[in-house]
Design a protein around this ligand. Structure first.
Ligand SMILES: [Zn+2]
Length: 250
């Protein structure tokens, strides 16, 4: 690590739990971010700024004026541009030494191997259940930690899945595949909500990569922004889970 990097990341290197060892693990790390909307904007910007070595961005959507209220990696100059490209510009402006790979595609399980080959961790910042379940399945079988976030209206949630024996996976928590999931365009969302949840996803990802602290594995964090309440509930593995119980069996 050269003098410039030591200065750039000095405020977190100062943290005794983190230090040079933590920073080195970040710079050696590769994170795949699925979805560059509100959650992905906040999470990606903090991961780049904190010094994660490589970020792979997956999203097939373009920036729309109605996104700018909360998707802060994009701005008015990016309207009509693919989100992965506008986000890449913002991330490189924050940290030019971060390697940012923009993939203008929607995540699909059958192509996951190519995108996840280098991944040390995956961030689920998507907006639909089909992708969430697919990501969980792929990360479980590849044993890649997944940091899941979701936000709608005034509330949101975060959970970490490490896929270690006996720990719950996403499918253990959400056993029913909803036919029609609520969306921000139908139900609305308060602007900073995605910033809160996306920043928490970044924090959890940084701790997993740096191997420090206690993460939200086996715990689901629930945030209600309208009434300013935080709640953490223990989550248990479902012995009948079709995803992780199958992966556990010999
Ligand atoms: Zn499971």
């Amino acid at each position: 690590m050269d003098d410039s990097a030591l200065l750039q990341f000095s405020r977190q290197i100062l943290l005794p739990e983190f230090g040079i060892a933590g920073q080195t693990r970040l710079s050696d790390g590769c994170v795949v971010i699925v979805g560059l909307g509100g959650l992905g904007s906040a999470a990606a910007m903090y991961l780049a700024a904190a010094g994660v070595g490589k970020l792979i961005l997956l999203d097939d959507d373009v920036v729309d004026l109605s996104n700018l209220q909360r998707q802060i990696a994009h701005d008015v100059n990016h309207i009509g541009i693919l989100k992965v490209f506008s986000a890449r510009d913002r991330l490189l402006a924050l940290n030019p030494s971060c390697e940012v790979v923009a993939q203008p595609v929607r995540f699909v399980a059958h192509q996951a191997d190519a995108w996840l080959a280098e991944a040390d961790l995956v961030l689920d910042c998507c907006d639909n259940f089909a992708t969430r379940f697919a990501l969980n399945q792929v990360c479980c079988s590849a044993q890649i930690p997944l940091v899941s976030g979701a936000a709608l209206g005034w509330s949101g949630q975060v959970c970490v899945f490490l896929y270690q024996s006996g720990q719950a996976c996403y499918r253990c928590l959400f056993a029913d595949h909803p036919e029609s999931a609520a969306t921000c365009s139908e139900h609305g969302i308060m602007s900073p909500l995605v910033g809160v949840i996306g920043s928490l996803q970044a924090l959890e990802a940084l701790k997993v990569l740096a191997q420090v602290g206690d993460t939200l594995h086996s715990r689901l964090l629930l945030f209600d922004g309208l009434h300013q309440t935080w709640r953490t509930v223990q989550v248990s593995a479902d012995p009948a889970c079709p995803v992780c119980s199958a992966a556990d069996s010999p």
